[in-house]
Design a protein around this ligand. Sequence first.
Ligand code: E4P
Length: 218
Amino acid sequence: MKFFIDTANLAQIKEAYELGILDGVTTNPTLMAKEGIKGTEAIAAHYKAICEMVDGPVSAEVLGTTYADMVEEGKKLAQIHENIVVKIPMTKDGIKAIKWFTDNGIRTNCTLVFSAGQAILAAKAGATYVSPFIGRIDDSNWDGVQLIEQIVSIYNAQGFMTEVLAASIRTPMHIVRCAEAGADVCTCPLSSILGLLKHPLTDLGLQQFIADAKSLQS
Ligand code: E4P
């Protein structure tokens, strides 16, 4: 399973990249707004900076909602850097736009996916990635990971090439369960990635080893 970081924060991207396990980045308008980025030029410059930090796909979301706007905007985003993947919402216009990008050799990430039916449409349109939002599903009292399992099983049965990108990750356990479910990619906040490091027995064991190592030296 590939690891993407789900943030537009350059310091967090650098920290995850330096761990040596980072395969890519996803952003969305909320994450960009959190960094205080405003205006077309600043947005493009920020995506360029991310692409120069990480050698892997960087999802950049369109802001428009009509087919024409998404295609126009996506074309410009794709020109910023070869690693840009155009992120498109799961709507009727979005599916048409994904098909346009597929036909024109531009990679896409279909976002805001909450059902298997939506995931089938995204795959039919040729999306490179489909992003089911598992944390938001859990928040609404359903099981997000179950949707990942269902989409993985449908894509395998049908031979779809679209990669399942588990999004809206909230906890390290989400990452583990997505890996178990066969997700191709997990896009995570830095806190969830770092959370995978933690186990109290590791801390206790290390404390003991450090103490014993000191006694060996004296
Ligand atoms: C990433 O592609 C999604 O936009 C993101 O994971 C959504 O996460 P959230 O539900 O925590 O906002």
